[in-house]
Design a protein around this ligand. Structure first.
Ligand SMILES: C[S@@+](CC[C@H](N)C(=O)[O-])C[C@H]1O[C@@H](n2cnc3c(N)ncnc32)[C@H](O)[C@@H]1O
Length: 382
């Protein structure tokens, strides 16, 4: 994490500021430096390994591979924390050793809540596909090169188009960013000149995200306990994330706390419709059309509940776009089977998009009448 985001962070156990910083290893331009305290670290230094802690050292959090692990005690992945502790032990100054051991002991005692177990299942699931450096490289290649336009186009047109207006210099965060593929490709912070913080429960997906957008910051955090300063952010994004939570509407309240007045929140989610597919049918559709992988906690969200929650926290709904991707999924899958390299030719890609849009205006509108599969919502904090 870059030191410049320190003032935006809060302790996930106490929800208080400030957090202190001690760096074991930092990247300053191309140089690697070690053992620096807060006063010697520059705003643009990127901390590779370090410790964030409250003044009394009761709460300590590791930064590892540039990612701060800002989970509360019940959400922590103890195995991961112990692994990191083993790896960095020899670098840690003596003043922290006892406090770290006490923190690990405390986590051991508080680590069995049902939300914590739920979140650890998610971590395990989403970490698995990018467990090794080789798998992470492969995913990076894929997110940089595959044109998932059935996902990217609606997100660009219906979500990012709202956020990109006057985003210069603003602070925007994402919950459940995973490998941050949509932001990397369609709303890159370097191009749009805004400050982006991606958060997710899966540490290893965040490692891929950091490779994709190295100049941005990524935090391991739960969407139900976001360790960011209240009333501070001008935008929040959620792409296919809320439905992975035990209580999606609660994340709306949590996100809202972090937003300043006039800020936008936009989410893209599968929703309940009158036509319900069984788990087996959904899994088969995903397999045939190679849609992205999902954990077992794959519940559609109740649109009415999440909209009611937005109104509850005084948001004005700017737009609700029903979205049915069956046609796009089928169309993209068929083309990819027969002519995979179409994405490399700008002319062919343009043609495919024209055909897609013509069909979309008829077939998808008709099928939306049967009930959308997904919904894109944009709202504004009043
Ligand atoms: C379907 S994926 C979507 C990923 C990404 N937004 C995208 O569009 O590719 C769901 C993501 O939610 C994350 N997730 C699950 N539970 C979470 C929680 N409690 N807090 C934050 N992220 C969570 C998963 O790790 C996963 O990366």
């Amino acid at each position: 994490m870059h030191k410049r985001i320190l003032e935006k962070l809060i302790c996930p156990n106490t929800n208080l500021q400030p957090l202190q910083l001690y760096a074991l290893e930092i990247k300053r331009k191309q140089e690697l430096l070690s053992n620096l305290d807060n006063t010697s670290i520059l705003p643009n230094d990127d901390i590779k390994t370090g410790i964030l802690y409250t003044q009394d050292k009761r709460n300590l959090y590791f930064i590892y591979e540039f990612i701060p692990i800002l989970l509360n005690d019940s959400d922590q992945d103890l195995i991961h924390i112990k692994e990191i502790h083993q790896k960095v032990r020899s670098l840690i100054p003596t003043e922290f050793i006892q406090a770290i051991e006490q923190n690990i002991l405390r986590i051991e005692n508080l680590n069995q809540s049902s939300d914590g177990n739920w979140n650890r299942e998610e971590m395990k699931y989403y970490d698995a596909a990018v467990e090794t450096a080789q798998l992470r490289d492969k995913m990076l290649q894929s997110i940089q090169n595959d044109n998932l336009w059935r996902i990217f186009i609606p997100r660009k047109e219906k979500m990012i188009s709202h956020l990109e207006v006057n985003c210069n210099g603003q602070w925007i965060f994402e919950i459940g960013c995973g490998n941050a593929r949509t932001v990397a490709r369609m709303f890159n912070p370097a191009t749009y000149k805004y400050n982006y913080i991606g958060t997710d429960i899966s540490f290893k997906r965040l490692m891929v995200a950091k490779m994709a957008i190295p100049e941005s910051d990524f935090i391991q955090a739960s969407a139900l306990n976001i360790p960011l300063l209240n009333n501070t952010f001008q935008g929040a994004i959620s792409f296919g994330m809320l439905h992975h939570l035990p209580r999606p509407a609660e994340a709306v309240t949590e996100v809202n706390k972090k937003l300043s007045q006039g800020a936008l929140f936009t989410y893209h989610e599968p929703v309940y419709t009158s036509r319900q597919f069984s788990e087996k049918q959904s899994a088969m559709v995903r397999k045939i059309f190679r849609t992205y992988d999902h954990s077992d906690h794959d519940n559609k969200i109740n649109l009415k509940e999440s909209l009611a929650e937005l109104k509850n926290v005084n948001h004005q709904i700017i737009s609700i776009v029903p979205y049915n991707s069956v046609f796009r999924v089928v169309f993209e899958a068929i083309i990819n089977r027969f002519y995979k390299s179409w994405q490399k030719s700008k002319l062919v890609m343009k043609l495919v998009l024209v055909i897609d849009n013509v069909f979309l205006k008829t077939i998808v509108r008709l099928s939306n009448k049967l009930g959308p599969q997904a919904i894109i919502v944009v709202s504004k904090k009043l």
